[in-house]
Ligand binder design. Structure first.
Ligand SMILES: NC(=O)c1ccc[n+]([C@@H]2O[C@H](COP(=O)([O-])OP(=O)(O)OC[C@H]3O[C@@H](n4cnc5c(N)ncnc54)[C@H](OP(=O)(O)O)[C@@H]3O)[C@@H](O)[C@H]2O)c1
Length: 357
C-alpha cells in the first residue's frame, strides 16, 4: 500500500519528539512536513535553541529520515497537503489550530482541547474503539471532511487499560488512584522547575485530578445516540509529581461488582488482547504485563517494556475496604500515553476503514 502523507505539529516538544520516533520509517505513514511556532529549513535546525543547544531529549539520536523534514509555521501549512495530522501542542494552541486542520484532514491530538466535546470520541486504542462511531457525528454536525480525535491525559492511559478488562470481567463499583507522575508529563513549557522537583514529590498537579475523573468516566462509558454517556463509577484520585524523568506510577484501588480471586484478576489482565486480526505496527505483543515479584513494577526498569507500549502491573492483592483488588501500575507517559499511543490509534482507525480509503 502507498504510504499516507503525515504532518507533525509541535514536533520539537516532549510529546512531539515521541511522534517523531514513532513515525520514523513507519510502514503506513510518511512525515512530509512539521509545524511549529517558528519555521526552519529542516527539523534538526528547528530543534536548536538560540544558544545552539538542541531540544532533543531522547537517548536515541534524531531519526535519519526526520532530520531533513521541513518545518513551517501554521499559517503556511496547508492541511490538505497531507492525509493525516498528528498534533502535540498545548491546549490553547490546539483549540485554535485543530478545527482548521479537521475541516479537511483526519487529526490525532494529544491535547485536551476536544476531549470533553459531546460529539468527539476520547480514545485509547484497544480500550474503546467502538466510540469511533462518533466521528461521523462530529463530521456531520461540524461540516468537516476530516475529524479530530484526542487521546486522554497520560495519567488516564494506564489506568483505563488496566481497568477495562476488570470492568468487562467483574464490573467496577468504585475506583481510587494515587499517581506519582514523571516530570516529562509537564512538557517543556511551562514544565517543572528543577529546583522544585529534584529530591522531591510535589503533592498537587493543577487540573489533573478533574481530568482523571472526567476522562476515565468518558472512556469507560457507552455511546448513546450522538454522544457518550459516561460510566457511572465513582472515581477519585490524588495526582503527585515525582522526581522521575519518564513513566507514571499509579497505586490503584478498584472495587469490583462481582467477587473475584486475585488469580482471576491476574488472568483477566494477562489475557487482555484488545485487537483481533492482523497486528498493528505500533501495538505491543503484550498489552499488560503482570509481575509476581512484589518489588515490581519499578518505573526506571519497566517503563520501556514493549517499547513503552506495555502497561506493567504488580502487587495485585485483595482490597477489603472497597471490596475488590489493589495494584500498582507503570505506564510510559510520552510513549503509550502520548506520541506512539496516538500513532497506534491512527493505525487502528485506518485498519477499521474510518479514514484513508
Ligand atoms: N508530555 C506528556 O507526557 C504528554 C502526554 C500526553 C499528552 N500531552 C499533551 O501533549 C501536548 C504537548 O505537550 P508537551 O509535553 O509535548 O509540551 P511541550 O514540550 O511544551 O511542547 C509543545 C510544543 O508546541 C509547539 N508549539 C507552540 N506553539 C505552536 C504553534 N503556534 N504552532 C505549532 N507548534 C507550536 C512548540 O514548538 P515550537 O516551540 O518549536 O513552536 C512545542 O514543541 C499538550 O497538550 C499536553 O497536554 C503531553
Amino acid at each position: 500500500m502507498q504510504k499516507l502523507k503525515a504532518a507533525i505539529v509541535g514536533a520539537t516538544g516532549m510529546a512531539g519528539q515521541q511522534f517523531v520516533q514513532a513515525l520514523s520509517h513507519h510502514p503506513w505513514f510518511e512525515v512530509t512536513v512539521m509545524v511549529s511556532s517558528r519555521s526552519a529549513p529542516d527539523y534538526r535546525r528547528a530543534l536548536l535553541e538560540p544558544d545552539g543547544a538542541s531540544r532533543w531529549t531522547q537517548s536515541a539520536e534524531v531519526p535519519d529520515d526526520m532530520e531533513a523534514v521541513p518545518v513551517v509555521q501554521s499559517d503556511a501549512f496547508d492541511p490538505k497537503s497531507v492525509d493525516v495530522i498528528f498534533t502535540a501542542v498545548e491546549s490553547d494552541v490546539a483549540r485554535e489550530l485543530e478545527p482548521r486542520f479537521a475541516a479537511t484532514t483526519p487529526t490525532f491530538s494529544t491535547a485536551s482541547a476536544f476531549r470533553q466535546e459531546p460529539d468527539t470520541p476520547l480514545m485509547i486504542p484497544g480500550v474503546n474503539h467502538h466510540h469511533a462511531e462518533l466521528i461521523r457525528v462530529q463530521q456531520r454536525r461540524r461540516g468537516w471532511q476530516g475529524f479530530v480525535v484526542p487521546i486522554p491525559n497520560c495519567t488516564v492511559t494506564g489506568l483505563a487499560i488496566t481497568l477495562k478488562p476488570l470492568a468487562d470481567a467483574f464490573g467496577l463499583s468504585r475506583v481510587l488512584m494515587v499517581s506519582m507522575q514523571a516530570v516529562s508529563g509537564a512538557g517543556r513549557s511551562p514544565g517543572v522547575r528543577t529546583l522544585d522537583s529534584l529530591d522531591n514529590i510535589l503533592p498537587y498537579i493543577p487540573k489533573e485530578e478533574e481530568k482523571v475523573r472526567a476522562e476515565l468516566g468518558k472512556i469507560l462509558g457507552r455511546v448513546e445516540g450522538e454522544t457518550v454517556r459516561p460510566a457511572s463509577i465513582p472515581i477519585n484520585a490524588i495526582c503527585t509529581r515525582a522526581a522521575v524523568l519518564d513513566g507514571h506510577t499509579e497505586a490503584v484501588f478498584a472495587g469490583l461488582e462481582r467477587p473475584a480471586t486475585v488469580e482471576a484478576v491476574k488472568a483477566a489482565l494477562r489475557e487482555y488482547r484488545p485487537f483481533a486480526g492482523p497486528a498493528l505496527p505500533s501495538a505491543p505483543a503484550e498489552w499488560i504485563h503482570v509481575f509476581e515479584d512484589p518489588f515490581r513494577p519499578q518505573v526506571r526498569r519497566d517503563r520501556d517494556l514493549g517499547d513503552g507500549m506495555t502497561t506493567s502491573v504488580g502487587r495485585v492483592e485483595p482490597e477489603p475496604v472497597l471490596g475488590g483488588v489493589k495494584y500498582v501500575l507503570v505506564s510510559h507517559n510520552t510513549k503509550m500515553g502520548a506520541g506512539k499511543g496516538a500513532v497506534l490509534l491512527a493505525e487502528a482507525l485506518l485498519s477499521q476503514g474510518v479514514f484513508g480509503s
